[in-house]
Design a protein around this ligand. Sequence first.
Ligand code: BGC
Length: 466
Amino acid sequence: MSGYIREASRNPFVLRIAMLAALGGLLFGYDTGVISGALLYIKEDLRAGALAQSWIVAGLLAGAVVGALAGGRLADLISRRRTLLVAGVIYVVAALAAAVAQNAGQLVAARVVLGLAVGAASAVVPLYIAEHTPPKIRGGTVSYNQLMVTIGILVAYLTNFALSGVAHNWRWMLGLGAAPGVVLVAAMLAVPYSPRWLMMRGRRDEARAVLRRTRHADADVEGELDEIESVVAQERRHSWRELFGPRLRPMMVVGIGLAVIQQVVGVNTVVYFSPTILTYTGLKADDAIAQALTVGITNVVFTVVAVLLLDRVGRRTLLVVGTAGLTVALALLGAFFGFGWEREAPWLALAALVLFIASFAVGLGPVFWLMISEIFPLAVRGQAMAVCSLANWAANFVVSYYFLQLVDAIGRAWTFWLYAGLSVAGIVFFVTRVPETRDRSLEEIERELSGPAAARTSPPGRPRHV
Ligand code: BGC
């Protein structure tokens, strides 16, 4: 485990860049976590009916679908860094607008705009960090983003808890989100452009200056620049249609497959509805909210474990082991409700939720966002990541929106067993389709996944930056 820390401490400038950019993940997590608590008060204050409430929650997800798409395109056009800057500004304005909304319509509008920023940041942060980071520590370092997502969720749970008796508390809950947004904007003014984006623009001198700061003193910076240049030279901009053409299709299948599986195992059912699930066991609402904090803490702790392990044991192993663990947890939750264990073993529901989130946090949580930053050729990376993030937000929307209706239609037990079945299908997909990307340069991955034709055209004898 100490391998990651030892290696990462040799690249302090990369770590600083990654930590600052990962603030984008904090916005994503805070918003995901805050709304369930805030909604309890919003519905009274703004007299929001069931439909308005659904849209207050889902408005953000709908905005994020569009934001992810636009963010990926902007990242290529105006740079990853400036896209995050714009996302930060939009986020601050929309968080304040949400906090002062006078009716449900205004609040939904603010949440949609907030979603634009959250969606853009979700696609661009992993991309930006991956392009700065040497291969040996890329897994752990890109996953600072996911770590910040989980910290954001936990901070939101704690904020909800702390503000529970305060007047106008939901306005504070939503408005406080502006604070990390301001920090993100300031941070983006202080970090450099990604060297790969600079090379796409033919700005080799600037790219060299950045690489000199982000690589060890003995690293072969010119070799790395040549390698990036060679993939830039072979590539050109692709139309949206070509993203799904024969050459890129296998990678798109992996990216979109991971995006959808990450959501259909029901993670946001757990994140949004843990307190609700715990009240099914007979707990009072206050106790259920307190116990749900355990889920938030476990999520952070096991994401740290993932950061330490990703570059050592690899992405595929963590995906498979983690998803196997969460399948067991889902089967247990199904059995708990199906066989009526609520009275004999009420603790089992919390234990299963904790096992679920720990397993998600070491595997699917970080690995999806990491892999989509690694598997696509540079020329289409922004666009392709945008499509995968969009698929993730859309699947998130569908699963979260229909969870309670699904429970009504097929019951609690079968809802969890359905998720368990989808997780098993996910494991089969990982084993058969997902490549291992540990410890390889983005250019090496690009050559290999682009097939023999691309490999043949790459210049011989290029140094490998592993
Ligand atoms: C997912 C989110 C989820 C979070 C939980 C992220 O990777 O994309 O939908 O809420 O993990 O930690």
